[in-house]
Write a protein that binds this ligand. Sequence first.
Ligand code: ADP
Ligand code: DP6
Length: 303
Amino acid sequence: MDSYSLGYANIALVKYWGKKSKDPVLPFNPNISLRLDNLLSKTKIEPSLTDEDEFYINDEKQSQEEVEKITKFIAKFTPVEREKICIKSYNTVPTAAGLSSSSSGTMALVLACNEYFKLNKTAEELVEISKEGSGSSCRSFYRLAAWLEDGSVEELSCDLDFGMMVLVVNEDRKKISSRIAMERCVQTSTTFDAWVEKAKEDFVAMKIALENADFEKIGAITEENALAMHATTTTSTPSFTFLTDESYRAMEIVKTLRKKGYRCYFTMDAGPNVKVLYLKEDQEKIYEEISKLWQKKIILCME
Ligand code: ADP
Ligand code: DP6
């Protein structure tokens, strides 16, 4: 029987941007995310028909570098002596475009390994394992998640019914991975310390705003935090940015809608695509208004 394990993408409202420690993986600042149930990865593992480990995403054979990255990760929690395997994964989320495929892919992979190797790990253990593959993936196990500086992951609750859509600027694979980009910012950004301080404050304020179901505050912190994260890329050496003119145009559209009274806010991750946060009850009218101004692709992330 074909049985796939599912992993979900998540988008941070307060970003994780920088590792305080790589082993174990610990973030510099506590961060908070929202799971996107429509953007996912499904993965299954089969015995390899060759004498090599193999890894496919959307039926495309992945590079040797990708195979090495994935096998090094699964070696941390699977039997030392094992047969060669073939990992088959399908992403509905665009791969490596700043839409969190690393989170959905890693979550699906960890669950698929648990299944295939009959590891019988508890849910908490799977969350722990997941972050060693990709930090942000530990948050995908919960609708709203906080990943703290000591490595623990907490489920948060909020009475609001959130929605998110992506204004797609570019779905192509980015030139610099999140991992390498954040490492460069940690090592060289002249504003990195200020970013960490701000993100810590944003985390505290966001938790309160979520508890109070204060959407205006949640949105304002989300935007500010994303911009502060992106500022660290331009203050790095060599300096770089994930954002393009089209990303800025998308942000302006969100601001224009807000001026017209629509409740919506933007955020961006390690890629040019702009995500719009709103309340589910407003989805139809926001989609209608945004479509008039954004003729390119729009992805609805939650049903
Ligand atoms: P994104 O913005 O999409 O998260 P990243 O650069 O952070 O991009 O991560 C992309 C990496 O995530 C890929 O190079 C691959 O290593 C991993 N990844 C993406 N999809 C999958 C998947 N389905 N299964 C396992 N790993 C995946
Ligand atoms: C910008 O979790 O992909 O999306 O731990 O190195 O795999 P690694 O990084 P990753 O970084 C996510 C960065 C971000 C912000 C966020 O999701 O919090």
